[in-house]
Ligand binder design. Structure first.
Ligand SMILES: *[C@@H]1O[C@H](CO)[C@@H](O)[C@H](O)[C@H]1NC(C)=O
Ligand SMILES: *[C@@H]1O[C@H](CO)[C@@H](O)[C@H](O)[C@H]1NC(C)=O
Ligand SMILES: *[C@@H]1O[C@H](CO)[C@@H](O)[C@H](O)[C@H]1NC(C)=O
Ligand SMILES: *[C@@H]1O[C@H](CO)[C@@H](O)[C@H](O)[C@H]1NC(C)=O
Ligand SMILES: *[C@@H]1O[C@H](CO)[C@@H](O)[C@H](O)[C@H]1NC(C)=O
Ligand SMILES: *[C@@H]1O[C@H](CO)[C@@H](O)[C@H](O)[C@H]1NC(C)=O
Length: 576
């Protein structure tokens, strides 16, 4: 019998999660919350909300404890889908406004396009927010086989309208079909039901799926209806005295329930042992200010829109059956949102040499390692946090150091917000055990532990950030000048070392200047009055028409055609 040793060799040659030589490419279910803060899940030490499903998945999987996204949603989603820093795509500026004629440029291939090359079926459920003024920029033209959701940054949870300044319109689609008949249904439920349907269909299909469940939760709703949740769910949170926070808790509870339902659907359809699940958020919470949701990044400093840790250090966890079998739950090395594309491509069996021009690095081996020697898998010493050349904001992380230059809204989002430590709920193993995820994992993997108490306490303690900086000599005020932090000693950014550590500040400034010299100018532009829903049957829709076409086959716009015919003419003259 020679198959024994051969099998052993094959198994050893294949990395833990890679599908390259495994017959079963994994399904990938990527659950992306919107504006969920660092302090809004239990596994980072929160003690007022309840997220037993997310927590159980995280404790059984791998928590990315130094995961960084972009400070706002459009740049973050552009980075996720391209594997490139937003300064490469022109998407580094302010989030896309609803009638702004701007979109992720067609010269960038997206994650779902790459996965389609590997035979995946690709689904976007929920938010897009990467542009829709022409159909050629919409999800179905950018690599997704199906889209059920909305084009803008957010909509009302029940009416599915987006109100922006003096305009208002409906925005909920199945592909190119408006879904006005769904008015009145809670968005978190609708997106979850669609995900359940797609998972059930995947069980009947040969091809693996990539499903991006891009939740509205827990973004604020329209002004005046900031918090929307099923009425019954508020009772559970009567212990929270801050009324807005208790409403937010009900929204987070529904997001958590959704994670439970997704895992249940995977278990029911027997897909759980061949699925890679990611749960994360696009950026930090917006405790106050524009579209405040009363989420919290505490004790991290700063809100969404800022490059302080609260804006960009984001909760993230990965689960699959192999990781579940391991003892360690936290990956402490740096991981950036651009890393998902190469990581997932490799997990799907793709060859990394197919990818070019990426800022992201595949972290598959980091995720798959047993956690003991994370430093050996430290693939990143540097993250460009962002450069917004119009607002004059820039930031970079290098090793333990972080350098920031430029303040947003005169510093009004740059404090420590969202201290809800008085709104106490007793974190309990019983709550975790009762969660849907715990039940499913126990049933499917009876030999593996779920929520061992000592393990949970240790992981939770490890991921709870302490702000114990004493004797702060100089505070950071970006209105007055650049700041430098040693995040290793000062994760809450209390002490500005800019004057004291000039040699290091100069190194980081020089690195930033290099990125600045490579910048693709941001594409942000003025709103187009022609996008007003009043002109389009009450809907936000691709107001300049166009068609759903493949990126490289779309008809050129009049302006591009004119430009290239000029070039061609000049070329002809040159030759003669
Ligand atoms: C909305 O308000 C802006 C000024 O803030 C104005 O220029 C624009 O015409 C208004 N649009 C509509 C549809 O009323
Ligand atoms: C709750 O939110 C509403 C609406 O944003 C705001 O007017 C109110 O002041 C908030 N209440 C508290 C206690 O912060
Ligand atoms: C971790 O690194 C140490 C020191 O290099 C080594 O002795 C140990 O075997 C490593 N553990 C694993 C699981 O690789
Ligand atoms: C900070 O940013 C501003 C605006 O982008 C720039 O003019 C200035 O040179 C930067 N400061 C340093 C020290 O790099
Ligand atoms: C900006 O913030 C500073 C404090 O950092 C304050 O003194 C100043 O008045 C503020 N300016 C404006 C225009 O709000
Ligand atoms: C406008 O919307 C209504 C539903 O509100 C729909 O019945 C009708 O077909 C739409 N008209 C066009 C031209 O899209």
């Amino acid at each position: 019998m020679s198959s024994g040793p051969l099998l052993v060799v094959l198994v050893l040659a294949c990395s833990l999660l890679s599908a390259r030589c495994a017959p079963n490419r994994p399904h990938i279910v990527f659950i992306l919350a919107d504006d969920l803060g660092w302090n809004d899940v239990g596994f980072t030490g929160n003690s007022d909300l309840q997220t037993p499903n997310i927590d159980t998945l995280a404790y059984s999987g791998r928590i990315l404890s130094h995961y960084y996204a972009q400070p706002t949603c459009t740049p973050s989603r552009a980075a996720l889908l391209t594997g490139k820093y937003p300064i490469r795509t022109g998407m580094q500026g302010y989030p896309l406004s609803p009638s702004e004629p701007r979109a992720l440029p067609l010269d960038h291939k997206t994650l779902p396009e790459y996965l389609k090359d590997l035979g995946y079926q690709t689904h976007l459920v929920g938010k897009w927010h990467l542009g829709y003024y022409d159909w050629k920029f919409t999800p179905l033209a950018r690599g997704f086989d199906t889209h059920f959701g909305y084009m803008n940054g957010f909509v009302g949870y029940y009416d599915h309208y987006m109100n922006a300044k003096n305009m208002s319109g409906h925005d909920f689609w199945r592909g190119t079909q408006q879904q006005k008949h769904l008015k009145g249904r809670y968005m978190t439920d609708l997106l979850t039901e669609e995900t359940e349907r797609l998972i059930e269909a995947a069980a009947e299909n040969e091809n693996p799926i990539f499903l991006l469940l891009s939740h509205l939760a827990v973004h604020s709703g329209n002004p005046g209806k900031d918090h929307e949740y099923p009425e019954d769910d508020i009772k559970r949170f009567s212990y929270i005295k801050d009324e807005n926070r208790s409403k937010y808790a009900a929204m987070v509870w529904n997001l958590d329930k959704s994670v439970g339902r997704v895992v249940k659907a995977l278990a029911k359809n027997d897909l759980l042992d061949n699925t890679l699940i990611v749960v994360t958020s696009d950026n930090g919470a917006q405790t106050r200010g524009l579209y405040a949701n009363d989420g919290s990044n505490y004790p991290l400093r700063g809100l969404k829109f800022t490059m302080f840790e609260g804006g960009i250090r984001t909760v993230a966890a990965v689960w699959n059956a192999q990781i579940h079998g391991q003892e360690y739950a936290s990956l402490t090395s740096l991981f950036h949102v651009t890393d998902w594309l190469p990581t997932l491509y490799e997990a799907a069996g793709g060859d990394l040499t197919d990818l070019s021009g990426m800022d992201g690095k595949s972290q598959l081996t980091s995720i798959a390692n047993d956690g003991e020697n994370d430093s050996q898998y430290n693939l990143r010493s540097e993250i460009l946090l962002n450069v917004d050349e119009r607002l004059g904001l820039s930031g970079i992380r290098y090793k333990n150091w972080k350098y920031l230059n430029g303040s947003y809204l005169n510093g009004s989002y740059e404090d420590h917000f969202g201290d809800y430590r008085n709104e106490l709920y007793t974190y309990s193993m019983a709550d975790l055990a009762k969660s849907e995820v715990a039940k499913d994992l126990k049933t499917k993997f009876p030999s593996l532990p779920v929520n061992n108490k000592a393990h949970v306490s240790e992981i939770r303690r490890e991921n709870t950030i302490q702000c114990d900086k004493k004797d702060v000599r100089s505070k950071c005020n970006l209105v007055e000048g650049p700041c430098l932090f040693n995040l290793h000693l000062d994760p809450c950014e209390q002490e500005n070392l800019y004057s004291e550590e000039q040699d290091i500040a100069i190194i980081l400034q020089a690195k930033l200047d290099t990125y600045r010299s490579q910048i693709t100018p941001q594409l942000n532009t003025v709103d187009d009055p022609a996008g007003n829903p009043k002109l389009h049957n009450d809907s936000w829709m691709p107001w300049r028409g166009g068609s759903i076409c493949r990126r490289d086959q779309c008809p050129r716009s009049a302006a591009t055609t004119f430009f290239s015919s000029k070039l061609c003419f000049a070329g002809v003259i040159g030759i003669f």
